[in-house]
Design a protein around this ligand. Structure first.
Ligand SMILES: *Cc1c(COP(=O)(O)O)cnc(C)c1O
Length: 400
């Protein structure tokens, strides 16, 4: 529990909130300046010929998109809803449309909203995109998403190298490419290879890009393709359980330079579409302890909030890091429950044993009324949670 890592602005915001409200706090707080700096840093190191798209599913809030719009090259969207959110912020920002199971109306509206590229996730989708583009009398630019036949064992979530619902099996690549060459109003501009998620190893990531480049070179030569893009996906990691571990972005870009020096494909831009890496650190989830109890020898803190606001720790099965913000105020005539030097399990207000945000965490002191401030809550926090389960009031969303 290191108070010094806490952003002063965030603490001030919590204090102000407490002065204005009588109920326990539950709020997401986003530090837009930190977001801006993170995005600038990430973009500025990239070698020439590389472009960064923000994958908005990590956090699609308007304030976040507006903040990133002047910094990133474009946005990656996985539904027509996400494309509309992007178009509310910018009418002409380059958009990539990906995701499995695209519907006809999504493809049509995406084309009309002038997305730059569509990731085709299946052979049928290639046919559908061509069919709709032909009906509209326009040209659709596509990247084929390929599920590579190779294994990448080191990352937490793996999207390729094994059976998944994503992309086209590399074994069917020939069918897919020949089909694009025969379909009207369809332009094959390159390939999409998002194979890894939450990877913390910069060396591995650079090696992965080099594997991607070799594969794409091979297809280009074999099928005589003229390509413009290789989308290498996102998946740059954030360590939630070890604050010392970081994805070394500088190491990655310097090794990427080497990889490109040896292996760049002339005329082909390298696209990246990170979400988590950009948005995770700017977000905080502040939630008040409303009860403390000891059950069968184990200590529990119950929060105003939980996994219906912040499902990330449950989804990833980790104890999410938090800081304790001590609150001195206690307005009752009876004593204030508190614990000293115990291991505590932090649970939410839902009637399910799965509603746990952190398990067996050593705390020196915790009182009812203190606030837990979960860090690294800016990506895949609110947006992936089942907001209305149990019909509790939603948290506030505060943008600094
Ligand atoms: C989710 C997703 C991303 C973003 O992944 P992060 O792990 O947040 O970087 C990028 N591309 C695709 C295709 C995705 O599904």
């Amino acid at each position: 529990m290191n108070q010094t890592v806490l952003d002063g602005k965030v603490l001030t915001t919590i204090k102000e909130w407490k002065q204005e409200h009588s109920q326990p706090i539950s709020a997401f707080i986003y530090d837009l300046q930190a977001l801006r700096e993170r995005a600038r840093q990430t973009v500025s190191g990239l070698p020439e010929g590389c472009r960064l798209f923000y994958a908005i599913k990590a956090n699609p809030t308007q304030e976040i998109l507006k903040c990133l719009e002047p910094i990133v090259y474009g946005f990656e969207a996985a539904s027509i809803g996400e494309i509309r959110k992007i178009r509310q912020v910018s009418s002409d920002k380059p958009v990539i449309f990906g995701g499995p199971g695209k519907k006809d109306n999504e493809i049509e509206e995406a084309l009309l909203l002038q997305v730059k590229l569509i990731h085709a996730e299946s052979i049928l989708e290639l046919r559908r995109i061509s069919h709709i583009a032909t009906r509209l009398g326009i040209q659709a630019s596509v990247l084929i998403r390929v599920n590579l036949r190779a294994s990448f064992p080191e990352a937490t979530l793996i999207m390729a190298g094994r059976p998944t619902q994503f992309g086209i099996d590399e074994e069917q690549i020939e069918d897919a490419i020949l089909l694009t060459q025969s379909l009207p109003n369809l332009q094959l501009e390159g390939f999409h290879l998002h194979s890894i998620s939450n990877n913390l190893d910069a060396h591995l990531h650079a090696r992965l890009i080099s594997v991607y480049l070799e594969r794409v070179k091979g297809w280009r030569e074999r099928f005589g393709l003229t390509l413009n893009y290789l989308n290498a996906g996102g998946g740059f990691g954030i360590s939630y359980t070890d604050s010392e571990r970081k994805f070394e972005w500088d190491t990655f870009v310097s090794e990427l330079r080497q990889v490109l020096y040896q292996n760049a494909i002339p005329g082909v831009e390298l696209l990246f579409e990170p979400g988590r890496y950009i948005a995770a650190a700017c977000g905080y989830y502040a939630t008040e302890v409303v009860d403390l109890k000891c059950n069968h020898g184990k200590h529990y803190a119950i929060l105003r909030g939980g996994s219906h606001h912040f499902r990330l720790p449950g989804a990833w099965q980790h104890s999410h890091p938090f800081e304790i913000v001590p609150v001195e105020q206690w307005n009752y005539p009876f004593g204030r429950p508190e614990v000293w030097d115990v291991e505590i399990t932090v649970a939410g207000e839902l009637c399910t044993p799965k509603d746990v945000l952190a398990r067996d965490i050593q705390v020196s002191r915790l009182r009812v009324g203190d606030i837990l401030l979960f860090t690294l809550a800016g990506a895949y926090g609110w947006t992936i949670s089942a907001h209305d389960f149990l019909s509790h009031e939603h948290p506030d969303h505060i943008f600094l």
